[in-house]
Ligand binder design. Structure first.
Ligand SMILES: *Cc1c(COP(=O)(O)O)cnc(C)c1O
Length: 403
């Protein structure tokens, strides 16, 4: 039996997201008509702004006591690091396989990234994490759930307890996901999310920080630039939490505004449905790639319920030439793959060696994993048939290049 051959070329656009929902557009127009775009600009003292309401709704979705809406995911990570009291020169453990805003956030607050190896399942290597925790004496782990792959969180939490490490989770790719039926982001002390256009909710730019800790949230709110209006946070701690914090904490403005909050509120209501739609697309892609014997795929942890808004695969046996040929042939057929092995960073992808400001490390296992690792987004503008066609093209081109 031969598989049906995919049409010659895929014509979809890999960076085209869905439109903002109509109710969100209407609410954004209301905010603009009101002129009250700043989060603390309310008509009556007891009124909750769009941003305060968004925080309340996101905290409820996430199942955490407190949520703070911010200017970006990267800013949320910086704020988390400052809120836990990170001092300049302090070591911060983090994934070698992640994106540039992660080491960037650590560097922005004067921290020193200590990179940890990656497994073939594209998660942090817990044995190497143990080694690096011991060697560096770091008391913070910025754990990046890169591309939605969730590590064994039971083992991570155990290790952070063993070394008295504060766990901050970078959930830019795991909004809506869970591990052992606990939402991703709720295993550590603080979680950071992004609502930038290519993430699971879209406000152009934006982010969240969530926690259950009164003092951490009080500090984060003041850091975000609350002036002395911190009591207008519906998803913040009680006023006494600010007593020790309000004059000790600098204002490092990075607030969200009511316009973006209005765009996001209705998107929380469709988040779970969208996560389901991503996974339906991902499943079709995986079931098409799986039978191809040159392609290797990461195995999710059995306790992880991931949201796969992108997919990765590797073809370990390709030579440099075959790698270039494979990328070019897929590109010719309209399938834009990103290659994580490229030494020079391209668009959003980068590998750890290109973060020249980070103390250099030679991570042989991560190098091996990234060497022939390909990456592709799944925008929800793609139909199930589109996804099937993309995967068929990949398989056909992979088979055309004989190793
Ligand atoms: C996008 C992203 C961030 C940061 O989000 P921004 O809102 O762009 O600052 C953090 N970590 C990862 C892995 C990301 O992909």
């Amino acid at each position: 039996m031969t598989d049906p051959v995919a049409p010659k070329r895929f014509e979809g656009n890999f960076t085209q997201q869905e439109a903002i929902p109509e109710d969100a557009i209407q609410q954004a127009i209301e905010v603009m008509r009101s002129g009250r775009l700043h989060r603390y600009n309310v008509a009556a003292a007891d009124e909750l702004s769009e941003t305060a309401l968004l925080e309340q709704e996101y905290a409820a979705y996430q199942g955490q006591r407190y949520a703070l809406a911010l200017a970006s995911g990267g800013y949320a990570m910086q704020t988390a690091l400052r809120a836990i009291g990170l001092q300049p020169g302090d070591a911060v453990l983090t994934n070698a396989f992640t994106l540039s805003p992660v080491p960037g956030a650590i560097d922005a607050v004067g921290g020193k990234p200590v990179l940890v190896e990656t497994t073939s399942d594209l998660v942090i290597d817990i044995d190497h994490l143990d080694v690096q925790a011991k060697a560096s004496g770091a008391r913070v782990l910025m754990l990046s759930h890169m591309r939605g792959h969730i590590a064994d969180m039971d083992a991570i939490v155990e290790l952070t307890k063993k070394y008295n490490i504060t766990l901050i989770e970078d959930c830019a790719h795991t909004m809506g996901a869970s591990f052992d039926d606990v939402r991703s982001g709720n295993h550590g002390q603080i979680a950071c999310f992004s609502t930038q256009t290519y993430k699971h909710m879209n406000s152009g730019e934006g982010g969240f920080l969530t926690t259950n800790d009164d003092t951490l949230m009080a500090r984060a709110i003041v850091l975000s630039g609350s002036y002395m209006l911190y009591e207008r946070h519906a998803a913040g701690p009680p006023p006494q939490a600010f007593k020790e914090v309000r004059l000790q904490t600098p204002n490092c403005s990075g607030r969200m505004d009511n316009l973006r909050a209005a765009i996001l509120r209705p998107q929380i209501r469709s988040l779970d449905e969208n996560c389901k739609r991503w996974n339906e697309r991902f499943d079709v892609i995986m079931s098409t790639l799986k039978p191809c014997n040159v392609i290797a795929l990461a195995q999710p942890h059995p306790k992880a319920k991931e949201v796969s808004s992108s997919f990765q695969f590797s073809i370990p046996d390709y030579s440099d030439e075959q790698n270039q040929q494979f990328l070019a042939q897929c590109f010719d057929r309209g399938v834009e793959l990103k290659w994580f092995g490229a030494i020079d960073p391209v668009a959003y992808t980068s590998r750890y060696e290109s973060w020249a400001y980070v103390e250099s490390a030679n991570l042989a296992q991560t190098n091996q994993v990234l060497h022939r690792l390909y990456d592709c987004r799944i925008p929800l503008t793609f139909s199930i048939d589109d996804c099937k066609q993309i995967a068929q093209i990949i398989v056909e081109e992979a088979r055309n290049i004989v190793v």
